[in-house]
Design a protein around this ligand. Structure first.
Ligand code: SAM
Length: 215
């Protein structure tokens, strides 16, 4: 079925992405984590990184905050890679890998202070349902920081050069993800999820949707 097909795709993609995340994308995660803490001003509590892949963002974020960071993904292969990395960084107490689909997250209502996600929403089947789930698991006053990007223009240009060597169509694909239709479809998804107060950041740090759960 459709869902199994998706898992298969992401499992296959996992090994390639492990290499990319470790060798090309590595410098972006500490920068993005710093931007997240600066912009959200949430430094302690419970954190979830959704569609965390090899857990690079979860690991970088855990170094800046007090509390546990759950690294959730629906690819068993990605989770296996994440587990290895978490262990090698000696962060078993701080970063918890967990299997879960964004459309039906394995967390109670009002569970987390901050939900973050990078580079995953472009793959979600039902973005409004996903936003609703994120809202559900947030504590009142909690925040979501969801999007994609490379942190700075300089990092983006370095990564573009390295990625274009591997795949000449890479930038075209990245730009396509952020075209106007997509922007409008994200706004529509927020509206359907009844999230009317949000902020869209679209600058050299990337494209990020931020919203609060109202108290
Ligand atoms: N966030 C990581 C990073 O920035 O390095 C990984 C990004 S990778 C491009 C996208 C990830 O989203 C993959 O690990 C994939 O398995 C995950 N993903 C896609 N759809 C998902 C869903 N519905 N539920 C959970 N994870 C999902």
């Amino acid at each position: 079925d459709e869902v199994t097909g998706q898992v298969g795709f992401h499992d296959e993609y996992a090994e390639n992405f492990e290499d990319i995340a470790a060798n090309i994308f590595a410098p972006i995660y500490p920068v993005i984590s710093q931007q997240i803490t600066n912009r959200c001003q949430i430094m302690s509590g419970t954190f979830i990184d959704v569609g965390s892949g090899p857990a690079s963002l979860a690991i970088a974020l855990s170094k800046l905050v007090d509390g546990k960071v759950y690294a959730m993904d629906f690819s068993e292969k990605m989770l296996a890679i994440a587990k290895k990395k978490i262990e090698s960084c000696d962060l078993n107490e701080n970063v918890i890998p967990i299997f879960g689909d964004i459309h039906d997250m394995p967390f109670d209502d009002c569970f987390a202070e901050l939900v973050v996600s990078r580079g995953s929403l472009f793959f979600w089947q039902n973005v409004s349902l996903a936003f609703r789930e994120i809202y559900r698991v947030l504590k009142p006053g909690g925040m979501a920081y969801i999007g994609g990007g490379f942190g700075t223009a300089q990092l983006k240009s370095k990564i573009t050069q390295a990625m274009e060597k591997r795949d000449p169509a890479w930038s075209q694909c990245v730009e396509k993800r952020l075209n106007k239709t997509n922007l409008d479809s994200f706004k529509k998804a927020l509206h359907v999820a009844e999230i009317d107060h949000y902020r869209i950041i679209d600058d050299e740090s990337g494209f990020w949707i931020c919203f609060n759960k109202v108290d």
